[in-house]
Ligand binder design. Structure first.
Ligand code: UFG
Length: 342
């Protein structure tokens, strides 16, 4: 097996996927401008992979720089494309940033891939494309509800661009992976999420509260039509998610005709915000300071996915529990605290 380009490879999901690609015998080549990561991720990856992966410090909207990467690397088996901005709230404030970066980087990457006759791609999409689904668990064929932030719209557009491309040129083999809520970290605590500033997402914020870095978690809404009134999400361990990319790539490589196939990557199980709080309290062994607050604009009450298609077609299934993911998230938070103290 040869090289696989991983754009956003120094990021949260990208770095975990690089580890799993290497474990499966691929050579991950990272393309990342480190705008939302740190070069220190490479140290963690070097320990886990056994050698330091190559990193090209490139902005993926820069077509010429990307072309130089493909020229320098020679034959490449495929690409896993993570590089994107991902903060839902920020995308509402600054939509052009999201359209320019997320859509621009995809188009530039596809042009360069076409020029180099590399036409196998795994694309990071999101369950955000479903909005609030009518039926749960949501399957891949659910209609898109347009209840979308500009961030979500960039994922819908990305999927559309790829469908159009595959329709125009049967040489392409593309897999669209719709992630539910990735959490946790590598169990070794060698790599994990590195939120910049105040985390937007529940688990990194909550682990910072547990570590005493923030006073308290605010639960955004407790009057939703859900079993305990807080929002329900499908939290998936980032290592399970990473392993799905390896399966998706292998499946795409084995296709002999034009392919553009979408898969949900979730556990099939919903957990409420309050369950996550209780889970983290169980893991840390102490109460998590929290307040019951108002709803957060733009949140959908309840989403969890039907992962059966990925099971049947890719032979992939999430195997780690919410407890595993929270324990790994907490171990990672403690490692970060030790590093900051050291
Ligand atoms: N939450 C809190 N307090 C916080 C942070 C979050 O109560 O301080 C709640 C949210 O209201 C939500 C749940 O925790 O109910 C999960 O929130 P996250 O921000 O962790 O995740 P989201 O489900 O909002 O967003 C995730 C991804 C997005 C993606 C979206 C699709 O981060 O990239 O799922 O639904 F677009």
């Amino acid at each position: 097996m040869g090289k696989v380009i991983v754009t956003g490879g120094a990021g949260y999901i990208g770095s975990h996927t690089a580890v799993e690609l290497a474990a499966a015998g691929h050579v991950p080549v990272l393309v990342d401008d480190l705008r939302n990561s740190e070069a220190a991720v490479l140290d963690g990856l070097a320990k886990l992979i056994g050698r330091r992966p190559v990193l090209h410090r490139v902005d993926c909207t820069d077509r010429h720089a990307l072309d130089a990467v493909f020229r320098a690397e020679g034959p490449v088996d495929g690409v896993v494309h993570f590089a994107a901005d991902k903060a839902v709230g920020e995308s509402v404030q600054d939509p052009l940033k999201y359209y320019a970066n997320n859509v621009g980087s995809l188009v530039a990457l596809l042009q360069v891939m076409r020029d180099h006759a590399v036409r196998t791609l795994v694309f990071s999409s999101s369950c955000t494309v479903y909005g609030q689904p009518d039926r749960l668990p949501v399957g891949e064929d659910a209609p898109d509800h347009n209840a979308l932030s500009p961030y979500g719209a960039t994922k819908v557009m990305g999927e559309r661009i790829l469908r159009d491309l595959v329709a125009s040129d049967p040489g392409w083999r593309v897999v669209l992976l719709r992630y539910f809520n990735p959490i946790g970290a590598h169990p070794s605590a060698g790599i994990g999420e590195l939120p910049l500033g105040v985390p937007n997402n529940l688990v990194p914020f909550a682990t910072q509260v547990a570590a005493g870095l923030r006073d308290r978690l605010v639960i955004h809404g407790t009057d939703y039509p859900t079993p305990d009134g807080s929002c329900v999400r499908d939290y998936i361990h980032v290592v399970d998610l990473a392993q799905a990319h390896v399966k998706a790539l292998a499946w795409a490589e084995a296709r002999t005709e034009a392919t553009c196939e979408v898969f949900n990557l979730g556990t099939g199980r919903g957990s409420s915000v309050l369950e996550v709080v209780r889970g983290l309290e169980a893991v840390t062994g102490r109460p998590l300071p929290h307040l019951l607050g108002p709803r957060r604009a733009g949140d959908v009450p309840e989403v969890f996915g039907d992962p059966r298609k990925a099971g049947a077609v890719l032979g992939w299934k999430a195997s780690r529990t919410l407890h595993d993911a929270l324990a790994d998230a907490w171990r990672w938070q403690q490692t970060l605290a030790d590093r900051d103290r050291g």
